[in-house]
Design a protein around this ligand. Sequence first.
Ligand code: ADP
Ligand code: C5P
Ligand code: MG
Length: 207
Amino acid sequence: MSKTPFIIGIAGGTGSGKSTFTNRLKDIFKDQVTVLYYDNYYKAHNDLPFEERKKINYDHPDAFETELLLEHLKMLKAGKSIECPVYDYKQHNRTDEVTIVEPRDIILLEGILVLADSRLRDQMDIKIFVEADADERILRRVVRDVKERGRDIDNIVEQYLTTVKPMHYLYVEPTRVYADLVINSGMNDMALDVMATKINSLIECKN
Ligand code: ADP
Ligand code: C5P
Ligand code: MG
């Protein structure tokens, strides 16, 4: 690693395609980039039973252990590796595992609320907001949460109406104004190409 890493924030509503976009960049640049998912920093709730953990509002900024993420960003910027928590959506809890994440010249920081905290925003060199209509986002979420996150339809609908939707309009959507780039969906090949070109030029400059 040469200098202070270049930090790219990738925000947007649930189901907008943030993780898809981030993973596509990771596939291109592999170990040349560090990827941090804010979701891995959801607070641990080892003291609460499953039924109680299920009821938590996971779309509110307080659901995240932002201090730990800030500490980890500081370490990565200092060239140190971090022990990143691993989150389990099926258990609504952090696992006992960690992944060792190495510092790289480029850091991608992805999550619904990464632009909602000024301390995180202040560290970003580029801020991206992934845009998608709410109906498409919820449809994608239904399919994904049933297939990958151990949810059933009733539970997804209830959670969407009580917390996900209202928090989206309260905390996620208003952060669009901070974005340097608003991109249409995570499968946007042109946006991927533009970001890949930018990251390539940054990597070349740093070497
Ligand atoms: P986010 O991380 O923003 O919640 P994901 O990237 O996980 O969203 O996307 C949610 C689901 O929708 C995934 O299963 C993904 O494969 C799918 N998906 C993402 N973008 C699109 C798109 N443009 N068209 C169709 N499906 C998409
Ligand atoms: O990938 P995505 O951006 O959709 O991930 C964030 C979403 O994960 C939030 O909208 C939140 O409701 C959901 N979540 C959940 N259960 C948890 C933790 C997060 O449904 N235990
Ligand atoms: Mg995601």
